[in-house]
Design a binder for this molecule. Structure first.
Ligand SMILES: [Fe+2]
Ligand SMILES: [Fe+2]
Length: 229
């Protein structure tokens, strides 16, 4: 049963398919993963029971055998999963987007310049911030967490905690930039007369947003909480 007093992070951890419903209602389970479902619902203008019903339907149909239990894996294993899936995907997407966001700005400037200038600017900021963020995690935070898991050193843990504050702030900033891009692109919907590259750009931005929400959820609501176990 869906429990309104569970945090959004916990709900997504145990029932990953609920992400589709939460995304549909624009409930932010990644940067606000610490919030309970009850608090998130208070802010929504939609009928509570409708959301709960949609979530419950997903939970009832979830095939438990396919759900990876991240709670019971080591921090090193979870980090390796984040690196080989989300970090790789993010770098590849940013590289492709970097090329096509600029390309469509040039080609469609006359007809859609207002929208595309905003997308170009927001994406540029997002790319710069995310690249720095990935490197800081890969070169600093993740190796520190792995070292702590082996040694149990309280001094390392103290350093990690300081670093995590900055990391979570960066996650919030990235989440906000994605929300701005979502608005500017009308929910990643390309205009009627858009060419294939225009559509590909918006589809990829939307896909990257979803993957990033999942990625941030695994870091904020699973990996970082393991340090408190
Ligand atoms: Fe990451
Ligand atoms: Fe991160």
């Amino acid at each position: 049963m869906i429990d309104k007093n569970k945090t959004l992070g916990e709900i997504v951890l145990y029932y990953p398919d609920t992400v589709k419903v939460l995304n549909g209602y624009k409930i932010d389970y990644c940067c606000n993963g610490h919030e309970t479902l009850a608090v998130a619902l208070e802010r929504l203008k939609t009928d509570d029971s409708e959301v709960i019903k949609a979530l419950q339907l997903v939970v009832d149909h979830q095939d438990g055998s396919k759900v990876k239990d991240w709670q019971n894996v080591s921090m090193a294993e979870l980090i390796d999963h984040i690196l080989t899936t989300h970090h790789v995907y993010m770098k590849e997407s940013l590289e492709e987007l970097n090329y096509i966001v600029f390309k469509i700005l040039k080609v469609h400037f006359k007809s859609h310049g207002e929208q595309l200038l905003k997308v170009h600017h927001l994406f540029g900021t997002l790319k710069t911030e995310l690249e720095a963020h990935l490197v800081k995690e890969e070169e600093n935070l993740f190796p520190m967490i792995k070292a702590y898991e082996v040694s149990g050193s309280e001094a390392i843990k103290k350093d990690i905690k300081k670093f995590i504050n900055d990391t979570e702030e960066e996650h919030d900033a990235a989440g906000n930039l994605f929300k701005e891009i979502e608005q500017v692109t009308n929910d990643f919907t390309a205009p009627e007369d858009a060419c294939t590259t225009y559509r590909r750009t918006f589809d990829l931005l939307g896909a990257l947003q979803k993957d990033t929400f999942n990625h941030i959820h695994l870091e904020n609501s699973v990996l970082f909480l393991k340090l408190d176990d």
